[in-house]
Design a protein around this ligand. Structure first.
Ligand SMILES: C[S@@+](CC[C@H](N)C(=O)[O-])C[C@H]1O[C@@H](n2cnc3c(N)ncnc32)[C@H](O)[C@@H]1O
Length: 226
């Protein structure tokens, strides 16, 4: 009995001296990340000029990850990193990591600088590559995928990532609508690519696809059900 009491006491001491300080350290780290990211996003609020997502849509990506506890993540189309920062900020809280792909060297370089400046570089594996090739080669599995690159390739991206998506995982695609816009019909002769992507995702019976009601620029959110 006395031995048992001593073991219980030792356990409490271990929690007090080992686990709690580690927890406090993690809290301090997260507080510092939050401070840096908040400051960076505040300072750069009106400086996103490279086809970046609006702040409201960045917040939606952040919420999707936090609410579902997603970890392994992929972004197609980094640009200078606005959406990647929102995604990686959420991943800093869920314990995840982001691979993000950009083909344009100037944007890629600026994104790397932005990731360092906001303190999220350890949560982001940024690749300078053609996503048409690289996405096929990535093994996954992924829990969260954000597609925001060349619109006429969206369905091809989806075909490549759906098999690598975990059950319960999410593919969010930017600038997707249900009806064809004039802009969508006119470009590159193909036309209606944002609609074709939506139709393709809706045709997959194991994916549940909705357009996010609060997104500023058409955000299709597809959840893998089985
Ligand atoms: C709409 S912007 C991405 C914006 C970014 N998600 C953000 O919110 O900051 C699309 C980006 O995709 C990149 N892109 C287009 N085709 C690509 C490809 N085949 N591989 C990789 N990146 C590509 C473009 O250079 C561009 O920077």
């Amino acid at each position: 009995m006395r031995i048992l009491r001593r073991e219980t006491a030792m356990l409490f001491l271990a929690i007090a001296f080992i686990v709690l300080p580690c927890f406090a350290q993690d809290q301090d780290n997260q507080t510092e990340i939050d401070r840096k990211v908040n400051k960076f996003l505040g300072d750069n609020k009106y400086r996103w000029r490279d086809l970046n997502v609006p702040e409201a849509d960045g917040k939606i990506l952040y919420d999707l990850i936090i609410e579902n506890g997603y970890k392994s993540s992929l972004e197609i189309g980094t640009s200078t990193g606005h959406s990647a920062i929102w995604i990686a900020w959420a991943l800093s809280k869920t314990g995840g990591k982001l691979i993000t792909i950009e083909i344009d060297k100037r944007r890629y370089d600026q994104a790397l600088k932005n990731f360092r400046d906001c303190g999220l570089e350890n949560f982001i594996d940024a690749r300078l590559a053609d996503a048409h090739e690289l996405v096929k080669d990535l093994s996954g599995p992924f829990e969260f995928v954000f597609i925001d690159a060349d619109k006429d390739w969206y369905t091809e991206y989806a075909k490549a990532v759906v098999p690598k998506l975990e059950t319960g995982g999410c593919i969010a695609a930017h600038n997707v609508t249900e009806r064809s816009s004039r802009r969508g019909r006119g470009r590159r002769g193909g036309g209606g690519y944002e609609v074709k992507y939506h139709e393709y995702m809706r045709s997959l019976d194991f994916m549940e696809t909705t357009l996010h009601p609060d997104a500023r620029s058409g955000l299709a959110v597809s959840i893998k059900k089985k």
